[in-house]
Design a protein around this ligand. Structure first.
Ligand SMILES: [Zn+2]
Length: 398
């Protein structure tokens, strides 16, 4: 299926070093972006579906790199069904599991944690809730896991490993586990800050620097922050990705953002929500953190969006997160919220407002066009002005 999005006022690229694409049109061919910028009338004419953006801003679909996936579209922590589909209405087109630690009665033995990660990976390999891509299956690092176990997991399609909830005596006991998981090619992630649930301990700068995982999960605290002095150490003395989360400490999220810019470490500065947790289900969490960073620091709004899109894609090796030819066609149309003081999506975000979403497209398929059920209404009105597609847009694989 070919889709054309026309009449865009701004196109945010996802690349913070070059955050805007010129032009007003995006062409999609099946699952991928065909071109970004301008298109001939003939090319638009050939599209099966034409969406008139009415002057809205296109951004890459948001990538939430810290979601507490379990199985299906269900969170046991908040006993809520359909939360992932609801996040899609907050612009999140990809959710990455923070490990399936919320599965009730989760296993803690070697065979059990391996089985849990493999089962979660399999469950979401084809299943897209509401059209969202879910990267699930993150093995919870427990004592006893050996290099051969990580090789086995990698061969089975598991890509992620998580330190922070195992039955270790000290967080330093994660050092050989993280090293073995990395050697097997897994992306390693680590809880950071004070303990979030009974039985887990604080993890601070010394632990992170000893482990050197790929990603410091909620470096701003999940929800309790590590000492302020540790932020600069982790930024200067490592290559660890700096994940700031909505459900964390806002003050240290801003501190980390300023330090990442100051020390030229913004490539590894990434945004996530760390939800659903005790903080709740937060469909607009990514938009809140984007707005907090843009309105409470000097960061331009487009740079904040790139931290939620292209930066996450690069850290996790995904094929989306950028609006460029060849990337997976995950696209969100943003606008100033109706009734606000600003006239564009980016100005609204800089003002601290939650941008309004006018359309979400994933894997080249429009999931809705017109009105998100979670954001404020848009000022402009995106609509499908032509469709030759004989299909029901709800007919995504389930
Ligand atoms: Zn978490």
């Amino acid at each position: 299926m070919k889709v054309a999005i026309v009449n865009l006022s701004e196109i945010v690229s996802g690349d913070w070093r070059s955050p805007f694409n010129a032009g007003d049109t995006i062409l999609i061919d099946d699952n991928h972006i065909q071109s970004v910028g301008s298109a001939s009338a003939a090319a638009v004419e050939q599209a099966d579906i034409v969406i008139d953006a009415d002057g809205m801003t296109a951004i890459p679909g948001l990538i939430d790199s810290h979601v507490h996936i379990t199985f299906g579209d269900y969170t046991p922590r908040q006993r809520t069904v359909g939360y992932l589909e609801s996040y899609l209405h907050g612009g999140v087109t990809t959710s990455i599991s923070a490990s399936e630690v919320h599965v009730p009665g989760r296993p803690r033995d070697v065979d059990g944690v391996k089985a849990l990660a493999i089962a979660a990976q399999r469950c979401f390999a084809e299943y897209r809730p509401g059209g969202m891509r879910v990267l699930a299956g993150s093995v919870i690092l427990e004592p006893g896991l050996q290099r051969a176990d990580f090789d086995d997991l990698a061969r089975q399609g598991v890509r992620l490993a998580k330190a922070g909830f195992g039955a270790v005596k000290s967080a330093y006991d994660y050092v050989p586990l993280v090293a073995d998981a990395k050697a097997a090619g897994l992306i390693t992630t680590c809880h950071t800050g004070g303990s979030s649930i009974p039985g887990s301990g604080a993890i601070t700068g010394d632990h992170l620097l000893a482990m050197h995982p790929h990603v410091s999960f909620h470096i701003n605290g999940g929800p309790t922050a590590m000492p302020d002095a540790d932020f600069e150490r982790v930024i200067r003395e490592s290559r660890i990705a700096l994940q700031v989360c909505t459900a964390g400490n806002l003050r240290t999220a801003l501190l980390c953002a300023r330090l990442a810019v100051q020390h030229e470490a913004f490539d590894r500065f990434i945004i996530a929500t760390d939800t659903p947790t005790g903080s709740g289900v937060m469909p607009l969490g990514m938009l809140y953190t984007i707005a907090h960073l843009a309105s409470l620091t000097d960061m331009p709004p487009e740079q904040s969006i790139c931290a939620a899109t292209g930066n996450n894609a690069t850290v996790y090796g995904l094929d989306n997160g950028f609006l460029k030819a060849g990337a997976a066609a995950d696209i969100v149309l943003l606008d100033a919220p109706d009734g606000g003081t600003q006239t564009s999506a980016l100005a609204a975000i800089k003002n601290g407002d939650i941008a309004a979403i006018g359309a979400v497209i994933t894997a080249g398929t429009p999931r809705f066009v017109g009105r998100s059920r979670n954001t404020p209404a848009t000022t402009r009105h995106a609509r499908v002005v032509r469709s030759n597609a004989i299909q029901d847009f709800a007919a995504a694989p389930t």
